[in-house]
Design a protein around this ligand. Structure first.
Ligand code: ADP
Ligand code: MG
Length: 614
């Protein structure tokens, strides 16, 4: 609790006691009024003061003004206990709201408490403690057990297990040893690690995540806009009705002033839309926080709204449903030796970051002399064209071979085939195979169980490899041999068919599709910048099974938002109607305002809870 909240709490307690005393005092008339003025002022002076100040600024329809008018009006018609109580409960509601909002802020801040405070950098063999922002690329940093890794880096010396839970939601620690990549924001649990930094702090995983989370609160859901607009006319409308209710019946029909003024005051108290204005953003805030705890970064409440409605999910294959780490199964040269073919392919691929390229380079034993390599052209969805030892090679799929006019042929083996040609002379092919992600099948099953209508796989790989993956996983539809632009066309067709489409990709070759779909979900947040940029949602640990979880979180958030809207409006309208007929008193109004606010906030806070496993 902040000091301010503590102070308000004390004022609430004192005012409550004073109100009880006033109610018990055996006094009448003016003395009774004065007895209630004491608690009223203790609890309400600041409300009266800021209402007066707001009027001076021409701002009349705010809640403080409403409360001031309603309670002063109650004094005027000699409803003293009610006047004090309305103000008391109003402050209780405000206090509750500020504690709840503060709490959820704090818990998200704690979740996001991944910002490293310092880095131990080794300079001239002396260890210095510096700000992570002062460490350059390629410097050596030391991370002791229990410390947070300040910058992304590669292990130079030492080994140990590292906890990445705050980054990826993955609760099992990962073992790291020499040569492994360690991400900033994770915690070194055992053993001393010496890392060589692979970038500066501003580009580190931690800095990127923090930036994302900070910006996500700004993107509002459509429904938040609706609520704001609704509040803008709801309050003046109810206040105007209150004015009519207070004046018209007494003047036209000789009603008693006190009766109609009381009904009007109830209107004023109920006209405050704060239950909605507070609980809807709070729900989204909690939902976004809950998702990031599960390793799902959602870049705004608007995307959460869409995710809850998604009925068509389109996946990329390589790196998304499969691991993107190919093993070389066979090398089939046309003329030269297998070693020579692999050497040419690896050299040509050595500048590409495509998973296919990285796998070929990995399979090549020994370093590749970069001076052998001339101009390199990466052809998205096809392969690469590179000058190696002064000769021009094309390395890629069958489509690329057709383009250069090489006389290529299919391979009888299953897997992805990389063909190599020099000019139009066919040199042979390398067969590589990928592995399914261990949770890919489970992810697709869970999506179906959640009622997702259609799952589709789009890939640039050849038909045979694509079909094998689709069958193993139970994907509804598969389209193979696509160039990046054709993937966009496929997604557009699904959008035209009226689907609410999510595209899930690894960000390599599919940034255009990510932004074209209703919601773009990127894997490989821990690797590719393109993905983090163009995606709306990032699955931090590259696990497709986070997607059904994210959908459930989004749906729960939307359900809670709708519950609060329906509940608050039903109670408020109900009380308004009953009050117009004189069937209520001030205590109903207090429930209609503060009671509803508190219940809505409690409900909204459920958005932060962890989901049950399913
Ligand atoms: P996916 O849709 O499965 O993610 P891409 O669109 O990235 O695949 O690539 C499609 C196909 O193009 C790959 O299966 C591969 O045959 C070929 N390809 C793309 N880039 C390269 C590369 N650097 N080297 C060799 N082949 C490549
Ligand atoms: Mg891909």
């Amino acid at each position: 609790m902040t000091r301010r909240q503590k102070k308000t709490l004390w004022r609430i307690i004192i005012a409550a006691v004073l109100t009880a005393v006033a109610a018990l005092l055996p006094v009448e008339g003016v003395w009774r009024a004065l007895a209630f003025v004491a608690p009223y002022l203790v609890i309400g002076w600041d409300v009266l003061w800021s209402a007066a100040r707001n009027i001076a600024h021409g701002q009349v329809f705010d809640e403080k003004f409403l409360m001031a008018v309603a309670t002063l009006g109650a004094f005027a018609i000699r409803e003293y206990p009610e006047a004090a109580a309305v103000m008391l409960f109003y402050q209780i509601g405000e206090w509750f709201q500020s504690v709840a909002v503060g709490r959820s802020r704090k818990s998200i801040a704690a979740l996001m408490d991944i910002r490293p405070d310092f880095a131990n950098v080794l300079r001239d063999d002396v260890e210095q403690q510096v700000d992570p922002e002062e460490v350059a690329l390629g410097e050596t940093i030391v991370v002791r057990p229990g410390e947070r890794v300040p910058l992304d880096g590669v292990v130079l010396e030492g080994s140990g297990s590292v906890d990445t839970a705050a980054l990826t939601g993955e609760s099992l620690p990962a073992d790291k040893t020499v040569g492994d990549t360690v991400l900033s924001g994770s915690i070194n649990l055992t053993g001393l690690l010496k890392l060589r930094t692979s970038g500066v702090y501003a580009e580190s995983t931690v800095a990127r995540i923090l930036e994302l989370v900070e910006n996500s609160a700004e993107k509002k859901a459509r429904i938040e806009g609706v609520i704001t607009r609704f509040a803008r006319w709801y309050t003046p409308l109810v206040v105007a009705s209150a004015a009519l209710l207070a004046v018209v019946p007494p003047l036209l029909f000789h009603g008693a002033w006190s009766v109609w003024v009381e009904r009007a005051l109830i209107f004023l108290v109920v006209s405050c839309p704060c239950a909605l204005v507070v609980s809807v953003p709070l729900s989204f805030f909690g939902g976004l926080g809950g998702a990031s705890r599960e390793g799902v970064l959602i870049k705004g409440a608007n995307f959460m709204e869409v995710l809850a409605k998604v009925d068509t999910i389109v996946f990329d294959k390589t790196g998304t449903l499969t691991q993107g780490r190919f093993a070389v199964d066979a090398i089939h040269p046309a003329e030269i030796s297998p070693e020579e073919l692999l050497d040419i392919a690896a050299a040509a691929e050595s500048y590409s970051s495509h998973p296919v390229a990285e796998s070929v380079v990995r399979a090549h034993e020994g370093d590749i002399d970069k001076s052998r390599i001339g101009e390199v052209k990466e052809l998205a969805g096809l392969g690469v064209e590179a000058v190696v030892d002064g000769r021009i090679f094309s390395v890629g799929n069958g489509k690329l071979m057709d383009r250069v006019g090489a006389d290529w042929h299919e391979c009888h083996l299953p897997g992805t085939v990389i063909h190599i040609a020099e000019g139009s002379r066919y040199m042979g092919h390398i067969v590589i195979s990928d592995q399914l992600k261990p949770d890919a099948k489970e992810a697709l099953q869970k999506l179906k169980a959640l009622g997702v209508k259609k799952t589709v796989m789009l890939t640039g790989d050849a038909e045979k490899a694509a079909k094998a993956v689709a069958e193993a996983l139970g994907v509804d539809e598969v389209h193979a041999g696509l160039l990046p632009a054709q993937k966009v066309e496929q997604v557009e067709a699904l959008l035209d068919a009226g689907g609410c489409v999510a595209f899930v990709g690894d960000g390599i070759n599919d940034a255009p599709v990510l932004s074209r779909a209703d919601v773009g979900v990127a894997m490989g947040a821990l690797g590719s910048d393109a993905a983090i940029e163009s995606a709306d949602i990032v699955l931090m640990d590259d696990k497709p099974s986070r997607l059904p979880l994210a959908i459930r979180l989004a749906r729960r958030t939307m359900r809670i938002v709708h519950e609060n809207i329906v509940f608050a409006l039903a109670v408020k309208f109900g009380i308004l109607i009953l009050s117009a007929f004189g069937l209520t008193n001030m205590w109903w109004a207090v429930f209609g305002d503060v009671g509803v606010l508190i219940l809505a906030i409690l409900n909204a806070m459920r958005c932060m809870l962890r989901l049950r496993q399913s």
